[in-house]
Write a new protein. Sequence first.
Lengths: 624, 501
Amino acid sequence: MATLLRPVTLLVTLAISVNSWAETICASPEYRLATQASFGATPDLLAAIRAEGQQGWIDQQLAMPVSGSQLNRTIELALKIEPDINWFGKNGFNPDAIARVQNFQSSAWWQAALASPGQLRQRVAFALSQIWVTSIYEPPLQNRSEALAQYQDLLLSHAFGNYRDLMEAVSLSPTMGVYLSHQGNKPGNPDENYARELMQLFTLGINQLNPDGTPVMVNGQPVATYSQDDVMELARVLTGWDLVGNHRYGARNKLQGTYLVPMEFTPEQHDSDSKTLLGQQIPAGLTGKEDLQKALDIIFSQPSLPPFVSRQLIQKLVTSNPSAAYVKRVSSVFVDNGSGVRGDMKAVIRTILLDPEARGKEPDSVPAHLREPVLWMSGVLRYLNVEPADQFQWRNGPLLTGIYWFKQLGVGQDPYRSPSVFNFYEPNYQPAEQYFGDHDLVAPESSLMTGESLIKLDQRLTDAFAYMDKSGLDVLPENQLAQARLKRNRTAFNISIDSMPLMHQLEIALDGDASGDFHYLQQVTRPLKAAQRDYLTDALGKFVDQVAVDLTGCSLGDDTRTEVVSALIYMWGKDPAAGKNKAEKDKHGKGKKLSPLEASQQAHDWVASTVRLVAMSPQYWVMH
Amino acid sequence: MKLSRRDLLKLAAAMSVASVDLPAWAATQPAGQKLENDDYKALVCLFLYGGNDSWNLLFPVSDEQGNGAGGGRGFKTFAERRGELATSHKDLVLPAGNQFDQGNPYGKADEAYRSGFYHLDNLWGMAACAPELAMLHRDRQLALIANTGVLAEPVTRSTINEQNRPYFLYAHNHQQYALASANALIRTRLGWAGRLADNWNPDSKSVLGSVIALDKPFHTTFGATGSGLILPSTGPMAFEDSFAKGDKKLSRFGKAIQTLAASGNSDAFGELVASRYAQSLSISQTLQTWWLPEAPWPKTTASYGEDLFSMPDDGLVGLNGNLDGGLMRQLEATARLIDIGRRTGHKRQLFFISMGGFDTHANQAGRHPVLLRSLSLGLWHFQNAVNAMGISDKVTLFSQSDFGRTLSMNNDGTDHGWSGNQLVMGGAVKSGVYGTMPDLREGSESVMADKRGRVIPSIASEQVTAELLRWMDVPDKDLHLALPLLERFESSRKDRLGIMA
């Protein structure tokens, strides 16, 4: 197997030697920070955190500029992948082609998440996109998906800015304007949609909060943050804004208006009478922008906002159930970054990540939250050295390199494809299991963990090993390779992974070298002798533990490892030709040895099965 | 979050595959019926997420004067309040049979939403986009509950205050929670179906519990000892290599998953993950065993001549927008699971399914017709399948939604309102329209003071649920456990709606 003779580039594993299997080894500080602040730990990332120190790495990330526009990438992908289409019309993309833009937007998103060096900014923007939700499932955004790329650019640029600026930028964003329908509003009966959710979901929540996130109680009752009257008053503030280039004020048409610049103000469509919002006056006669700024100032100054926002950011990055003291430490930095600035996101993020509770230094509250499907997928793909798709081709277009194709993940969570403004899951979702109710714990991401989504996630990974693994494809004959490429180019996602470092790890465990010949496997006959079984059990056990430590930060427990290893050995013993004709059986049957090609194919099967099983383990799913 | 051993045991118990089958009361049912499982009833709850504008599904059509409904209760006031969303006052004719031989009965598709209505009785009409629902009413298999919704106690415009109104009225999620828990006063974790199931016989180890949600969790099914199963509406699926080829048994790889699933790492989150994998495996196994490759109903065609649970051709329906295939898929899965439930000896089952997209703040005239059309078609297919299986009196479906919407328009849609109209469908239903016609005029006791036309419900959602649970033979003590506020609306027998035969 020629490819195994490539220079050996072993994964830098966590600095843990697995001496004793009796002990479960868990989460190094670097691994923990990587899971909180990136889309998945990689050897390079862990090395960088070790080199800079945790605070140093965080500061370095916070200082990095935005590393590229998703809007530009979306356009670039459209031009590259389907060069024969006339993409541009008067207001952006051409009406003939717009329905396909969503694929390019999604691919641009995944590329940044998987490969951007500014991982922390990407991760915070992902969190913000699940608080300030917009989604393709609101016409005409399905046809104008450049709007979602533009919105992601907005979140990326404000992720390390000020929360008050973010509030204003989103309020004027055409994407949000269309998604929650304040675009084109007029005096009279203005649409209440954005006005309500701006307060309920994006800034204040329904009940007033203390700085530590607990509800303010008066006479034993929680106190509402806003009333229906406030919703109606805020809806009046939000009148007069529409997309630039709309042919008729307030129209919603997939061919009209641009999503690339903020909405514009039309004075005649604005309700300029005075308003009362949250007990404060907004005087009559202001311009739309002044009105909006006054209203946002009033909301931004509410004492509930810092704990409401802080708690949700903590939940998305670090732990589903932060202690009240943790929330208070973060929300007080939100209130004042030390220089008198309220809403400084850099200070807030730094505080969230460096808090003793996040760093596992609070023995009574180990941080924990579940991976959401996107983080499950991104984590395992980054572990598998994800790269752009190999020889990508879409719809008879040109053969391309450099494309991460993510039409759809289809596992209950695709970024910017939430079923409603309440996101894929609610921040206070408590699973049905009694323990969570009894202990007042939430596990928001668990609402996505259905049997179906677990199976589909595993299927994506299985597909990646079958059709998208450079190391696996290298050994295929040309006709099978063409088949595999065809299959990939029809899947909902298409990237490349490289299991070569894992193949080397496995071979070292089996043979003590990474020469590529898997000579032990070529020697062993089936059925296994007891000594051979013991040898394989030992070698595979070491390999499985290394995969577990690298992918999950933890080794598996004894029982689990034993079961995984015996499943691997059993799969090997299983005759690949069982059930076929006699000649085939004789060829593969009793006493026969594996050819060099069969040995490396067997090794690849083991690598794939090991990663699949470890990725199903609770150790991987729970981010500590 | 290190757990004590006691905690772990408790967690494990709670997380063992949530399943209940024979309800305790079923044991007291008379035995000796002809069919193997003649004592079977299924109740299907269809949740319309986002707040369906059901005042444009069922609406007043009579005169207000003379022999009409009275001031504010007829078509004139309705049309005034709805503005551009009002339908024309045109009585459409339903086809005589079960199929549209002459094309759409509502005429030109792009005007369907406002083209008229099918008379249900002197007072009420059904939207033009829902001809199949009107046919179901004609065929005495559909009841409509008018002016119903989430209530904390009976109120009117002049008696409503902070204490007697539902908790966070107009907020999607809190109204959904209120419907799930059947408690509009406070946010509680458990749902009415979950509380019922808590009292059902827990001895059975069958994976097919009596409470089944399709595709996602429903708070309604959350009980103290577990929750409803979540089954995929797509039918059987399994982890690759997890079952031996052509076998219903777990392969070695499947067993490895099972073992991983048994190793929760002594952490509540880990245990949660583990239990989800365990459930996934057992669901795959059960569905692979029981889900039939062929449909369990005789071949039947629906309104456009299409096969049951297939979508009619877009050109025939003619609306500008995609019909909701997700609802159709869930309804088909429900019909198949009902068949499986009967074959596996279950006696009472509750199903929870859903459809989204009803939050029509914008472009309502373009979007709502497609939603109503999907709903009408889907329910027609489902009822036809149930009829074809010969169990129409054993299956009842009812709808719920976050809230109704404002009678008045914003720019081109409607905002969050309160009361709405809901459906109860099946062979055991006494068809007709239940509830009184509200006075929709501004200033009336039936609408909130804020001028947008947020109608105040006169029938609590619990009253409808109670009717259905009684039909399921739920004893009174369990009924009141499931619906804690029921007595506020049903102080005596005469307050009962009497929807079910």
